[in-house]
Design a protein around this ligand. Sequence first.
Ligand code: NAP
Length: 307
Amino acid sequence: MSDKIYDVIIIGAGTAGMTAAIYARRASKTALMIEAKTYGGQIINTPAIDNYPAEPGISGYDFAVKIFEQAKALGADIVYEKAVGIEDGTIKKVKTEKGEYEGKAVIIACGSENRKLGVEYEDMLIGRGVSYCATCDGMFFRNKKVAVVGGGNTALEDALYLAGVAETVYLIHRRDKFRGDDLTASLLSKRGNVKFVLNSRVTKLIADKRLTAVEVTDNKGNTTELEVSGLFVAVGRVPENQPFSDLIELDEAGYAVSGENCRTKTPGVFVAGDNRTKEVRQLVTAASDGAAAATEAVKYINAREDI
Ligand code: NAP
């Protein structure tokens, strides 16, 4: 709780949120980040980032600490509370599980969560063979056998990416037809090291400290074991937009509908990073959204004479 009225309240302290805080502070606006877990967001568990300019190989943790320290040094505040809603008004109120915070503009940047498979030991094996990001972690599986599970574009693109890295890629999908683009599916079918495992689900993870195999059960109940050291789970993401759905328009997958300016249907409420509709969900685009959303928020505040 705080009696202060912040210029910009940012829900989420991942790459998008922390970048927004940096931009808000550099425009001399007060900024509060409200973070439900730890700062850093999705990238925090990635061992090495190789696709962010100027920082090849940096760990997700070090990357997060660097942005956080930059935001803090500029004077951004942070509280660790879960935001549960926004009340619109001339001054907006962000409700948390513990209280509420007032701000002139709000940026929603709390990201999305990976949809889990829901099989036993899945959480325990994250970073020990189980991954939710092929472009982040694929290189650790060079010349090894891996599996991708899912049938959407992410799974197809992950499989195609991994086909260029791994020895063998099993693509496991619960239906006989992929939901993702036919073109990508057709490219995959021409890759000699990609094997489709259709009408099947991953029913068990087998591990000896690290993942060693997955048990797959087909729609007729037959089980087989695939020896793999990596399992890339690509069964969709769940954006954390529901608490704010009265103020923002959501698409059918739950993403907040917005363009590059990060505006929403509610003036003074912006959305950045993985919360919003976009083609490329990567660190670099999260940072870019943070900059755009904060710049728009500053413009919004400066244009209003009543706040
Ligand atoms: P998605 O399209 O929602 O696909 C998720 C896939 O996971 C579906 O095939 C679904 O199966 C399967 N699935 C869901 N829960 C499962 C479970 N518990 N166990 C096993 N399988 C499960 O998600 P996405 O692939 O991450 O894509 C999200 C959005 O981004 C889509 O609109 C996609 O087109 C877009 N995208 C676009 C591009 C591109 O244009 N280059 C790249 C990536 C993503 P069912 O098919 O049976 O439902």
